[in-house]
Design a protein around this ligand. Structure first.
Ligand code: ADP
Length: 215
C-alpha cells in the first residue's frame, strides 16, 4: 500500500501505521521518529531540529524535504509506504507530489484520522515513549502501561514523557496542527485521495483502511 496518514498529534498515526505495516510489510516512515533519532544521535539534522521540536513547532520544510527525498528513494520503499507525520504543511504536500511524480510512485489513499479533541488531550498527557531511539515504542499510563518500574516492555529502556509533552508544548502543537496541517485535508480532498475515518479504536480503524484500499 502507499498511504499517507493525517491527523492531529495524538490521533494515533504511529499506532495505526505500525499495525498497517505488520499487515502487509509496507514500510512505516515517521518523520517524528526519524527526527527524534537524529536528535539523540546529535547529527547535523538533529542539532537543527531540536529547538523547534522541544517547543512543539514544526521543523522547517526545507530540512524535512531533503530528509524525505533521501528516505523515499531507499530500496525498502518498494515494499509499500505508510507515511506518518508527513506531509505536515501545504508546501510539503506540494513538494511531495512533485517528488512522487519524479519517482513514478502513486499514492493509493490519504487517511484523515478524526479524533475528538478531549480524547486527543487525554492521550497526549498520558503517553509515554520508549527512550531508546531504535525502539520508540509507545505506551499509555492508563490503557497500555510500561512495566511497573516505568520501562519499555520490548527493550527495557526507560519509557519517558517526551520534551514536547508538557501542557504548553502540547497546546502549541495542537495550534500548529490547526493552522498548518489541517488545510491538507482539503488539499487531498481535491486530489481525490482523501478518506476521513472517525478513529477511536485502532483495530477498527485499520479494518476500515484495509477496506478502503480494496475499493
Ligand atoms: P506528533 O504527531 O504527536 O506531534 P511526531 O512524532 O509526528 O508527533 O512529531 C514530533 C515533532 O517533530 C513535531 O512536533 C515537529 O516538531 C517535528 N516534525 C515531525 N514531522 C514533521 C514534518 N513533516 N514537518 C515539520 N516538522 C515535523
Amino acid at each position: 500500500m502507499r498511504v499517507v496518514l493525517l491527523g492531529a498529534p495524538g490521533a494515533g498515526k504511529g499506532t495505526i501505521a505500525n499495525l498497517l505495516s505488520e499487515h502487509d510489510g509496507s514500510v512505516q516512515i515517521s518523520t517524528g521518529d526519524i527526527l527524534r533519532a537524529a536528535v539523540n544521535e546529535g547529527t547535523e539534522l538533529g542539532k537543527e531540529a531540536k529547538e523547534y521540536m522541544g517547543r512543539g513547532d514544526l521543523v522547517p520544510d526545507s530540512l524535512i524535504m531533503s530528509m524525505m527525498e533521501a528516505r523515499l528513494q531507499a530500496e525498502d520503499c518498494e515494499k509499500g509506504l505508510i507515511l506518518d507525520g508527513f506531509p505536515r504543511t501545504i508546501p510539503q504536500a506540494e513538494e511531495l507530489k512533485k517528488l512522487l511524480e519524479r519517482l513514478g510512485i502513486a499514492l493509493d489513499l490519504v487517511v484523515n484520522l478524526d479524533v475528538p479533541k478531549e480524547v486527543i488531550l487525554d492521550r497526549l498527557t498520558t503517553r509515554r515513549t520508549c527512550s531508546n531511539p531504535d525502539c520508540q515504542a509507545i505506551y499509555n499510563i492508563k490503557s497500555n502501561p510500561p512495566t511497573e518500574d516505568g520501562r519499555c516492555k520490548i527493550c527495557g529502556s526507560p519509557a519517558i514523557q517526551r520534551d514536547d509533552e508538557t501542557e504548553e508544548a502540547i497546546m502549541n502543537r495542537l495550534d500548529t496542527y490547526n493552522e498548518k496541517t489541517a488545510p491538507l485535508i482539503s488539499f487531498y480532498q481535491q486530489e481525490g485521495l482523501l478518506k476521513s475515518i472517525l478513529s477511536l479504536k485502532s483495530q477498527e480503524t485499520v479494518e476500515k483502511i484495509k477496506a478502503a484500499l480494496q475499493t
